[in-house]
Design a protein around this ligand. Structure first.
Ligand code: SF4
Ligand code: ZN
Length: 275
């Protein structure tokens, strides 16, 4: 996942998983003098929730001496997540948030000169997402590599998920053991009922059959390899509106912004400044 001279941007949400990841990478980075560690927080614009997370993230970085940058949905897209949640149609708020946040992270990582973007997805997140994709019939997503997304286009910062095989219980324990402060209140928009049911089901299964999440994760990896060897590699091109890499003519984020009657070209202006 990492090269000795990487500049790694950690996606720092202020929650327990990213707090644990930042601490782990901070310890590792000190052993590799050419490497650099920076942190990036996305402010989605969620009242009563995100401002606390931003301030916790700032304090964490000050304590560890890590450069920290915040990018916001409002600055990049001219809309907050609270607006999106009010104006959304059939999709859950998290579906919009995920797409816009991926784009914001890529943009922020570029501003920081990062060569890798590290996200704190843990084993539970990965298995839940894979099962969700299956239940939504989105089998194509399962064929994409999971813990490392390599560079496919000049503007895409390769993503790594160093905690992808670590159960959530262990990242939580690590964060408590470090004595780090992290955000504990949940996001007011995070009500994905199906993901919640999958989480409960997996927790129950794991009590009776310890290690089952790892077994499912391995199966997904093998499935992904098998599908990758038969499927055509995805060709990426620049989004016709914002220039971000996308397999289609227009990226998902620009399509979403259009549904809110927002001008997605605003995102292009921001990107042009940071190229
Ligand atoms: Fe965004 Fe959903 Fe996470 Fe809230 S719970 S920050 S809406 S992805
Ligand atoms: Zn776009």
């Amino acid at each position: 996942m990492l090269e000795p001279d990487d500049t790694v941007a950690v996606a720092l949400s202020g929650g327990k998983d990213s707090a644990a990841l930042l601490r782990i990478l901070w310890k590792l980075e000190r052993r590799f003098p050419p490497a650099r560690l920076v942190a990036l927080t996305v402010d989605e614009g969620i009242s009563g929730y995100r401002s606390e997370a931003v301030s916790i993230s700032r304090d964490m970085c000050d304590e560890l001496g890590i450069k920290h940058t915040v990018v916001s949905f409002e600055e990049l897209f001219g809309v907050t997540m609270d607006d999106v949640a009010r104006r959304r149609n059939e999709l859950q708020p998290c579906s919009y948030c995920g797409v816009l946040r991926r784009k914001a992270l890529n943009e922020g990582a570029r501003r920081l000169g990062a060569t890798k973007l590290a996200t704190a997805h843990n084993l539970d997140d990965e298995v839940q997402t894979a099962l969700l994709n299956m239940m939504h019939g989105d089998v194509e997503r399962i064929s994409r590599p999971s813990s490392i997304l390599r560079k496919t286009k000049a503007r895409f910062i390769p993503r790594i998920k160093p905690l992808a095989e670590v159960p959530e219980r262990e990242t939580t324990l690590y964060a408590y053991a470090c004595g780090t402060r992290f955000q504990t209140i949940p996001c007011p928009h995070g009500h994905d009922a199906l993901r919640g049911d999958i989480r409960v089901m997996l927790n129950r299964l794991d009590l009776k059959h310890p290690g089952i999440r790892h077994t499912i994760y391995r199966s997904i990896e093998r499935l992904s390899e098998a599908m990758g060897s038969t499927g055509k590699p995805r060709a990426f091109r620049a989004c016709s509106i914002c220039g971000e890499p996308t397999p289609n003519d227009t990226c998902e984020a620009c399509i979403m912004l259009r549904t809110f009657k927002l001008d997605p070209s605003a995102a292009r202006v921001v990107s042009a400044h940071t190229r």
